[in-house]
Ligand binder design. Sequence first.
Ligand SMILES: Nc1nc2c(ncn2[C@@H]2O[C@H](COP(=O)(O)OP(=O)(O)OP(=O)(O)O)[C@@H](O)[C@H]2O)c(=O)[nH]1
Ligand SMILES: [Mg+2]
Length: 287
Amino acid sequence: MKATHKDGDPGMGAHHDDHHHDQHSDHDGDRHDAPDGHGRALRLGIGGPVGSGKTALVAALCRSLGPSMRLGVVTNDIYTTEDADFLRRAGVLDPERILAVQTGCCPHTAIRDDIAANLDAVETLEERFGPLDLVIVESGGDNLTATFSRGLADSQIFVLDVSGGDKVPRKGGPGVTTADLLVVNKTDLAPLVGADLAVMARDAGAVRDGRSVLFTSIREDGGAHRVAEWVSDLVHAWHHRNGHAHTHDHAYDHAHDHAEGQGPDRRPRMTSSSRPRPGGSTPKELR
Ligand SMILES: Nc1nc2c(ncn2[C@@H]2O[C@H](COP(=O)(O)OP(=O)(O)OP(=O)(O)O)[C@@H](O)[C@H]2O)c(=O)[nH]1
Ligand SMILES: [Mg+2]
């Protein structure tokens, strides 16, 4: 069964009866190996606590990457379609390319344990608008343990904000430690809440085993610029890895070796062009 759309609202219930993705419905995220990526979009999961700035990041990524990439977005809310509505109103993407999943349960259930409704939404976008380069799946706000099944997301960004205090990265949890990119958002609020960004950077570095961390103030214009660069690198690596034909309409200048064998396991890396520009409002990468 394809996901249901209610009253013209493309909201999708996670709890429909006919789970044609039952093979993805067991309860061990690690067993959900991503299917062969040949011909399909990179699936990027964005998770993190309630209100940390996930939707703001999705909006910023759509604005930055939309001109050069074929995008789709899936949002998750418990009972509403609030995030999808916000993104449609913001005009960051063709409204039809934004689908809402209503989880009706703990947000992490729909991105980790029973991913059927989210997979339906991703596949619906690809059927309607494909081929796509990138489908972003925003999780509902959850706690520090929430991570995406690898059967749903090829790569994951975890968004924290500074308002929970500078102790949060030190507390770790799978979202903080294992996400491919950790974003620490709302740096503009750090002085107001007494959060020491250097402490957050140090602690995040200690628990993340070299994985990337970016500090952002997404509310500022261009505040997610470096996250957009990271994602752009990731999508291009994805195309190379899977042998997709794609135009080299790179939104961002980045280290990009077209030689065979360069793509597969290359982590996106910051290049000289992605370092903070003097006088710019780009967020700081503190590691
Ligand atoms: N001061 C400040 N506010 C921000 C920043 N980024 C986002 N916000 C605000 O924080 C609030 C929550 O942002 P959202 O993007 O809705 O957060 P979210 O993580 O998607 O929230 P849920 O989906 O409800 O979990 C909004 O009022 C945003 O405008 C930032 O960098 N600085
Ligand atoms: Mg949101």
